[in-house]
Every structure is written in C-alpha cells, then in structure tokens.
Design a protein around this ligand. Structure first.
Ligand code: AMP
Length: 628
C-alpha cells in the first residue's frame, strides 16, 4: 500500500486502522472500543482493554527470546559495560518492583526518577510500569529548583536516584541536589532509594533513605505479578517547558502509547525483533522514554543505554558500539552530529557499519550541511523526524516501513499516519495553501500515544494547546511551518518563547525567573539566538538594581541559573544593561533583542517607546566582544 493510502485510511477510518495496529501488542483483556472521542479534545484510545507496558516490553518476549540481549548499558565514564538478556532484565525489574511494593508504592502512585544513564534507571521505569505506578523521570542535568517544582506537582511517594552521575570524567553529585530540592518542596516523599555507584560521598537521611544494593539483595528472588491496567491508565508524567515558568506535566496513557510505539518501530524506524537499536538521547527526555526504553523493547529489539559523551575515549566511540552490537537502527540529534563533524573523519571509516540500515535524527532542525556530511560519511540514509514531548512519537517523517518516499533537504517529511495536520493562518485560523507560512496544527483526535492532558490540570491542557487558533478547537504545536505542493512540511521555529538548545527545549521564562531571583537584578529578558553548534543558545539582558556593583554580576547570574535550574539552562551570555526595549504598553520586544544579539537589523521599531535603547544594547554587546 502507498503512503498516501495508508495515511488517508488512518485519518478517515481511525477505528479500523488503529484496531489493526493494536493487534501487535498483548491485551490481557480486549478493548471494547478503539476510540472514544465523545469529549473533545480528550481522546481515549482502546477503552475497556487491559494491558501493561512492562509485560509488553519484557515478559512477552521471554518464551521466544529470553536468552537474547534486551539491554546493553555502556558507560564510557565508569568503563562499565553490561548486557542483560530479557530473562535477566525480567529478574532485575522484578527485584525493583518488589522494593517499590515493600515500601508502599502501588497502582497510581507516583515515583520520581532522577538518575543518570545507568541500567538501574531502566529497571526503575519498567518496575513502575509493572505495578501500575506512574513514573516521572527528571533529567539529571536539572538542579534543585527545577526538581523541587516537579516534586511538588507530581507528589511522588518515592524518589529513585543515584548518588552521582559522571560527565567528561568528573563525578556530578545528584544526592545533595535532591536533598536540597526536597527541602525546598512543601511536599515530602516518604522514601528515597539510592543507587550508590561509589562516585561521591553523600549523607543518608535516617528513616527516609534506602540503599538499593541492600534492598535488591533482600528481594533477589522476588516475583511480582504484572498489574493489568486499563488502556487509559496513566503510565507516566514527563515535564516540559512552556511559556510560563511552571513546567507542564505531559501525561501519557498505557494502551495507546504501547500501540503507537509498536507502530512507530515497525513503520517508521523499521527495527526488527532480535536486532539492536541505539538511541543516543537520555531517559530524561521523551526520545529516551520512547526509543531507548519502551519502543525497542515492546518490539523485541535490544536497546543500548549510553552514559558518556560522543567524544570519549575518542570520536569513534558510537560507531564502535554500532560494530560491536550490530546496531541496525540508530537515533541521534543534529547537535551530536555537528559535534562529531569536528572530529577526524577516519573515526567513521574505522568501524564496520554494515549492520546499520538507517540513521534517524530529531529534536531540532536538521541543516543541510550536517545531513549531507553524515550521509556521505556513513553511506546510509539519514531520516529527519519531527515531534514533541507532547506527542511522544513522530509527527512528521518519511515512513520507510510503508513507502520509501524521496527526502527533501530541510524537511522532516510528510505527516505520520494518525496525524491530521493543518497549516493555519495565525490570525484568522484559515487553512493555508502551498508555500505559505503558518502555524503547524493537528486536528483532533490526536492519535494514540499522544498526551492525554496536563497532569492535574485539564483546563490548562485545553487552554494551552487547543485554544490558540481563532474559532477552532485544534491542537497547536507552537511551531511555524510551510507545506510545499507535494505535502512536505518545513519547520521554521517556535511561535512562542520556547527555545531549543542542542535539541533540548527550554522556556526562556524559567531562565528569566531564575536570573531575577538574584538580589541585584531588577529586570531581565532572555532570548534564544542562533548558534552554529547547538542550533540556539540562550542570551540574557539584565538590568541591575545597583549599577555600581556589577563587576562579577554576570558570573554570579550564571551560577544562580546553574544551581537552580542546572547547567543545561545556563545562558551563553548575560549582558548587563540599563534598559530593555519595550512597547508603549510596557511589553519587552524580544524579537528586537534577538535581532540585535544576532547582529541583524531589528526591522520596524516604531512601536517602541524609547528608540535609543537598542543602540545602547548594541554598544554593550560590542564593548563586551572587544573585552573578550
Ligand atoms: P521537545 O518537546 O523538547 O522534543 O521539543 C519539541 C520541539 O523541538 C518542536 O516543537 C520543534 O520546535 C523542535 N523540533 C523537534 N524535532 C524537530 C525537527 N526534526 N525539525 C525541526 N524542529 C524540531
């Protein structure tokens, strides 16, 4: 069947399309209806069905491939490399599930996971799924304030962590940040389970903290039955940044997610059972949830969890893993490829990459030089794909498992099956024709696997995502785009104040709030500007309260962001200025700040209250460049 036919069927008759797709996962009890869309925009998939993500990812494969490798945990930071068969993974997940249960965690309880890329993190996620607990993984690069707001919102009964991560050969302590976050949070978890890697000293809190090694030994032979949950049962919450300082908890279901990932594995990523997939992301991001853990495993495909940089011990490390584990599907981000591009090209020809069929890249715009370079270097198809934390799996891609359509540079491709895409005029909500710029939107119902709601806040879900296009109840991606005459989409950047640094989404508002918390700051604006390596970086403009005391202010502000939000959110620069460009109604004109910081013409500034401010900002940037 052609792509066109499949896509059309998925939109015109979702009941039949997804009813067929659902046959690829295990249902303990079949569902009554494929789709209930009686209360738009809330789509409920596979109502009445009972299933379990952990069963589908692990137990289901035991009979056929119990002795095959399911998970390889590689750390080039600690030089530990360990492979787990499906049987071994099953045993570890049962032990972890037993620890959770012994400590009072049950169905529907939240468990926050704040961990580096170690095997135990995947045991923790799968163990939660096994017992119907809801996990919320927080990226290890986030610091105490970010963590505290997530603890408060998710109210986890238990937190699972490691005492430290490691980056570039240096230990990065996690436990003190977590202790600080718990102190900051008005909600306190009952228990904290700590995987002690022996990397850094830490203090155990009596009565609250548990040592994983001891707990695991106590439950070494545990067998914890799978908790069969409704298809609509929440499997996890994953926080993401938006235009307000308060992160949104993206809430995902169970049955729809399992079906969507199974379809994506077969029809987009073309991974086969018994093969190996290597996704270089982190479990703290959605790509990690879907294509390090659940997607490959549900498909019976082994997965590699990698702790380390792409450059240690040298720029060939990822390709050496492709050779060693006969990786057939690789999934990374454009930034990582741009990092590798600076390395000796010999690293790419040194290893046998014959097992590799396709390299997938996502998370940020893929520029043509990077795409061409990597395609020529490895001699494999490079497939861009576009999606969001909210959708959980690709929205736009060339779906090679359906039809190998031609690629167009700069385009992530065509709407994925299940997604009814529209390109709309922002002001009128009218549908646009070819080559006209508009907002990329998705007509409801969103397909299986997409977010169900904002955790604990249905109203915020409807208001944020479904109410921004005039006169229409339609999901906004908050991305600008263009569709060409062949239906290929081109993504042109965000419509909101969200920026994308090295494939990671950051809300400028959160960074502004952090900078403002410094005692000597009266006002601040943060914008994203173009960066050759990371795509975008954050730049701050801050007005001090006491202008005579600014000698170390920029460094102090960086430190403030580091300790509150984490190094991922640290701006590349914070310029100390005396004024910010504003409209007469007092709104900061970020687009002008961005233009000046990128060395571009700010365009029409007639609406600005004080036309001299931009000249002042330009001078500050130039002076500071001279000093550097
Ligand atoms: P996140 O939820 O952190 O994955 O960020 C999602 C955002 O990243 C999207 O709304 C886009 O702005 C951007 N993005 C993701 N994938 C791509 C891609 N392939 N091309 C262009 N932008 C992308």
């Amino acid at each position: 069947m052609s792509y066109k036919t499949v896509h059309a069927q998925s939109i015109q008759d979702p009941q039949t399309f997804w009813g067929e797709e659902a046959k690829h996962i295990h249902w303990e009890k079949p569902f009554d209806t494929v789709l209930d869309y009686s209360k738009p925009p809330f789509a409920h998939w596979f109502k009445g069905g009972l299933t379990n993500l952990c069963y589908n990812a692990v137990d289901r494969h035991l009979a056929q491939r119990g002795d095959q490798i399911a998970l390889v945990a590689v750390s080039t930071e600690t030089d530990i490399e360990k492979a787990y068969t499906f049987k071994e993974l099953h045993a570890e997940v049962n032990r972890m599930a037993a620890i959770l249960k012994a400590n009072g965690v049950g169905k529907g309880d939240r468990v926050l996971i704040y961990m580096p890329m170690i095997a135990e993190a995947s045991f923790a996620m799968l163990a939660c799924a096994r017992i119907g607990a809801i996990h919320s993984v927080v990226f290890g690069g986030f610091a105490s304030h970010s963590l505290a707001s997530r603890i408060e919102d998710a109210t986890p009964k238990m937190i699972i962590t490691a005492e430290a991560g490691m980056r570039g050969g240096k230990a990065v302590p996690y436990k003190p940040l977590l202790d600080e976050a718990i102190a900051l949070s008005s909600y306190k978890p009952a228990k904290v389970l700590i995987v002690n890697r022996g990397l850094s000293e830490f203090v155990m809190v009596d009565g609250r903290d548990l040592d994983y090694t001891a707990e695991r030994l106590a439950h070494l032979h545990a067998e914890v039955p799978v908790e069969w949950v409704d298809a609509t049962h929440t499997s996890y919450i994953l926080y993401t940044s938006g235009t307000t300082g308060k992160p949104k908890g993206v809430q995902r279901d169970t049955g729809g997610y399992a079906v969507a990932l199974s379809s994506a594995m077969r029809l987009i990523f073309c991974g086969k059972p018994g093969e190996t997939m290597f996704t270089t992301s982190d479990i703290g991001w959605v790509v990690g949830h879907s294509f390090i853990i659940y997607g490959p495993l549900i498909n019976g495909t082994a997965t590699i969890m990698y702790e380390g940089t792409p450059l240690r011990p040298d720029g060939g490390i990822w390709w050496s893993l492709v050779e060693k584990y006969k990786v057939s599907v690789m999934f990374s981000a454009p930034t990582a490829i741009r990092v590798l591009k600076k390395q000796d090209p010999a690293f790419l020809t040194k290893y046998d990459l014959s097992s590799l069929r396709t390299l997938f890249l996502a998370g940020e715009p893929l520029d043509e030089p990077t795409a061409t370079w990597i395609h020529e270097a490895i001699g494999k198809p490079v497939v861009d794909n576009y999606w969001q934390t909210e959708t959980g799996w690709p929205i736009l891609a060339i779906q090679r498992g359906i039809e190998v359509m031609p690629h167009k540079f700069g385009s992530p491709g065509l709407p994925v099956f299940g997604y009814n895409m529209k390109l709309l005029d922002e002001a009128t909500g009218e549908e646009l024709g070819p080559d006209q710029k508009g907002v990329v939107a998705i007509e409801g119902p969103l397909p299986p696997g997409c977010m169900q709601t904002v955790w604990g806040d249905d109203a915020r879900y409807v208001k944020t995502y479904w109410s921004t296009i005039p006169g229409k109840l339609i999901y906004s991606t908050f991305d600008w785009g263009i569709k060409d005459k062949d239906g290929y989409y081109f993504i042109l950047g965000r419509t909101d104040d969200v920026i994308n640094v090295a494939g990671h989404r950051l809300g400028t508002r959160e960074i502004e709030e952090s900078i403002s918390s410094h005692a000597n700051i009266s006002e601040v604006a943060v914008v994203g500007i173009e960066d050759k390596l990371k795509g975008q970086v954050a730049i701050g403009f801050a007005i001090p309260k006491d202008a005579s005391n600014v000698a170390n202010l920029e460094a102090e502000l960086m430190k403030t962001v580091d300790s509150q939000l984490g190094a991922v959110a640290r701006p590349a620069r914070v310029y100390i200025v005396t004024a910010l460009p504003k409209t007469r109604s007092g709104k900061i004109v970020r687009r002008a700040l961005q233009a000046v910081a990128e060395g571009r013409d700010p365009g029409d500034i007639s609406t600005m209250e004080d036309q001299t401010v931009l000249a002042h900002i330009k001078t500050v940037i130039q002076e500071s460049a001279k000093k550097a």
